[in-house]
Design a protein around this ligand. Structure first.
Ligand code: DGY
Length: 324
């Protein structure tokens, strides 16, 4: 029997590519250059499965290409805002993602950004890199103590809860959260002594650190806008490891410049990788290049999860992480 044909849009960890090569008639992307819209269309026409990432714009136009062969898109990532899910559903294409396996690594990066922003770590490193550090002084780069402060989580899914656990048990932080959707388990809430806020605005007014954990979409686009940034404390920090478009970057730049908030730690941006160049001129922002899940262990686990999904699909079973 012929092996199903699989097209992989980006270079994946070697172990994952080796496994794919063994199981499927696979076309890898060794150059790692993202595919164009036409190349993505061609992939849908020539493969049984296409393995995508956050950098592939799988729009309604791409999905509506005629004579499609692909029956499944296996997204390498928990977020799938790069895929027009309604269009995929209408085209009868199954979409899967890779939840669970990147929870801790992404929560680690959120904690890293929280600490960097609070303790002015990026600013301190720039001082050294620019050869401007003249030595210790009692008042140099004073940041904010993290231990015992209040962390406000917007969205309270797996990654938010993992961050809350690290913050509460590691840094004795008070946890408050807002979620419009999920009902967290009582045992989790008891363990974290977490308090639910009845609105985002209530949370913003109370938190010393605000960390975003909601998906990208029509209801969350620019959720953090000028009016909401003004509700935050002038000593507060905003952390974003979710998706760039959840924050209005022009409003955030204004807030950081004018001191409405003390700082921000960002891993994701609107229009990645072309972040607003004004961010580069600010001292009170820590910037990372979308590193949330970037550890060897996690990226390999994500690849294995994509494999498990497509293996199940081709074996005629329900993939465990089916989105549509
Ligand atoms: C995710 O899994 O959503 C990461 O941000 C990479 O896409």
């Amino acid at each position: 029997m012929n092996k199903p044909k699989v097209i992989v849009t980006r270079h994946l960890p070697c172990e994952v590519e080796a496994q794919l090569t063994q199981l499927y008639d696979v076309q890898l992307n060794e150059s790692d250059v993202p595919l164009s819209a036409d190349e993505l269309k061609h992939a849908l026409q020539t493969a049984d499965a296409v393995l995508t990432t956050v950098t592939d714009a799988i729009t309604a136009d791409v999905l509506s290409v005629p004579n499609k062969r692909a029956k499944i898109i296996g997204q390498f990532g928990v977020g799938y805002n790069n895929i027009d899910i309604q269009a995929a559903k209408a085209e009868g294409i199954t979409v899967t993602n890779t939840p669970h396996v990147l929870t801790d690594c992404t929560a680690d990066i959120a904690m890293l950004l929280l600490l960097m922003s609070a303790r002015r770590a990026a600013e301190g490193e720039r001082l050294i890199l620019n050869k401007q550090w003249t030595g210790w002084t009692p008042t140099q780069l004073l940041g904010q103590k993290v231990t015992g402060k209040t962390l406000g989580l917007i969205g309270f899914g797996r990654i938010a809860q993992a961050m809350a656990k690290k913050a509460h048990h590691g840094f004795d932080m008070n946890i408050i959260y807002y979620t419009p959707t999920s009902t967290p388990e009582q045992a989790v809430l008891n363990d974290l002594k977490a308090t639910r806020c009845s609105s985002i605005d209530e949370l913003l007014a109370q938190a010393d650190f605000v960390s975003l954990h909601c998906p990208s979409g029509a209801t969350t686009k620019h959720l953090i806008n000028e009016a909401r940034l003004k509700l935050m404390r002038p000593t507060a920090h905003l952390i974003n490891t979710a998706r760039g478009d959840v924050v209005d970057s022009n409003a955030l730049i204004k807030a950081l410049k004018e001191g409405w908030i003390a700082g921000a730690g960002l891993d994701v941006y609107e229009s990645e990788p072309n972040l607003n160049p004004e961010f580069l001129t600010l001292n009170n922002v820590a910037l990372l290049p979308h590193l949330g899940s970037a550890s060897h262990e996690t990226r390999t686990a994500m690849g294995n999860r994509v494999l498990a999904n497509i293996d199940a699909f081709f074996a005629g079973h329900e993939p465990c992480d089916r989105v549509v």
